[in-house]
Design a protein around this ligand. Structure first.
Ligand code: NAP
Length: 348
């Protein structure tokens, strides 16, 4: 029996994770949390709405933590699991982006494993499994391009939150859906991939594959490229992480290969500058990735509230990065201060 602590149980990933846990007798929900939504319908030994997640984790003592909280708020759960050597199924990419070096140091001390839940990183993890690092040429992250792929900047000046929330291939929570529309999500994933797999940014590519069937690829030094294909359905990477290394069955139909046409294209980084800004923040290192994430969270919240135009999201992030000194954080308190300061930039 594997005891799962599910943080963010009321969200898009959280709900799908409950489905996976319920379908597998070897998984047991020992803890479930939300930010503010009641958890009355969730069957878990311990539940907690809001508050300090470390309290429920200490009480529940899980075998694996599925961190499906959205945003920087997920940082405490990520560090708790890594520090204790408890397996971390990581959906909350923002914590690894913001706290990369601190998280890896906690992992070195605790000795735990990170099992990526982001579909692209789950794909990369599977393509890389068992290969020596020197065989790997580049990682290729794929993205759908979001609902505004192919549009010009002029066409994006008046887009509304409802239009940004209409993602063509994935059904997700609002924050990540807007991040997909701006390509900030691919930027966060670029930094996430760097920390997860220890590959320099220069060797991580991004390509668009609009139907989200190819979840990512690894190019090897012999010229071979291994790709991971599947339906755009998060139950697969959630199940992979929670049942690792068993690869338990899911109820999904096999891909109908004869009906597939795979088209790839380069991302338009001029219309969608957040991808290039993320790469720059990642390459500069220190707390620049934390600043990128915090300013983006604040700007996306303002856009969803109708306080900021879509195109201004990137401008807010660029401004925050220009103001930051990027000095590395020595501990979580320093990092939280950097996060707080980067959010304080006026967006209205
Ligand atoms: N959805 C996807 O398909 C997908 C794919 C890849 C990666 N991810 C990543 O997975 C994470 C979750 O995404 P999502 O789409 O599932 O988000 P979501 O639907 O918005 O759900 C977020 C969850 O986090 C909880 N939460 C929000 N603020 C919190 C706080 N301050 N403290 C504690 N809990 C808080 C929410 O609780 P309440 O209900 O009470 O607000 C909810 O349970 C994100 O990091 C996202 O980037 C998601």
């Amino acid at each position: 029996m594997k005891r799962v602590a599910l943080l963010g149980a009321t969200g898009s990933i959280g709900r799908q994770a409950i489905e996976i846990v319920e379908a597998h007798p070897e998984l047991e929900l020992c803890a479930a949390t939300s930010g503010s939504t009641p958890l009355d319908d969730v069957d878990a030994a311990f539940t907690q709405v809001g508050g300090d997640v470390e309290e429920i984790l200490e009480r529940a003592q899980p075998d694996i933590v599925l961190n499906a909280i959205v945003g920087f708020a997920g940082i405490h759960a990520t560090l708790w699991a890594l520090e204790r050597g408890v397996d971390l199924a990581l959906a909350n990419k923002e914590s690894l982006v913001a706290a990369g070096e601190l998280a890896l140091a906690a992992q070195r001390r605790g000795g735990g494993r990170i099992l990526p839940v982001d579909s692209e990183h789950s794909a990369l993890y599977q393509c890389l499994e068992g290969r020596a690092p020197e065989q790997v040429e580049t990682l290729v992250l794929t993205g759908s391009g979001g609902p505004f792929r192919g549009r010009t900047r002029d066409e994006l000046t008046t887009v509304t939150p409802d239009e940004a929330l209409a993602h063509p291939t994935w059904r997700m929570g609002p924050k990540i859906t807007v991040d997909s529309a701006t390509l900030a999500n691919k930027g966060l994933e670029l930094i996430e991939a760097h920390f997860l797999f220890g590959v320099p940014y220069a060797r991580i590519e991004v390509v668009l594959q609009p139907t989200s069937v190819v979840h990512s690829l690894v190019r090897f030094r012999d010229g071979a490229a291994l790709a991971h294909l599947g339906h755009p359905d998060m139950r697969v990477p959630i199940s992979f992480a929670l049942t690792y290394p068993e690869r338990a069955a899911t109820p999904l139909a096999p891909l109908d290969l004869a009906s597939l046409t795979l088209v790839f294209e380069a991302p338009d980084t001029e219309t969608f500058p957040l991808l290039a800004l993320a790469r720059e923040a990642g390459e500069r290192g220190g707390t620049y990735p934390c600043v990128f994430n915090a300013a983006n969270e604040a700007a996306v919240a303002a856009f969803l509230d109708g306080r900021l135009p879509f195109l201004e999201i990137a401008a807010v992030v660029a401004d925050a990065l220009a103001r930051a000194d990027g000095a590395p954080a020595r501990d979580l308190d320093e990092l939280m201060e950097v996060d707080r300061a980067a959010r304080a930039i006026p967006v209205a």
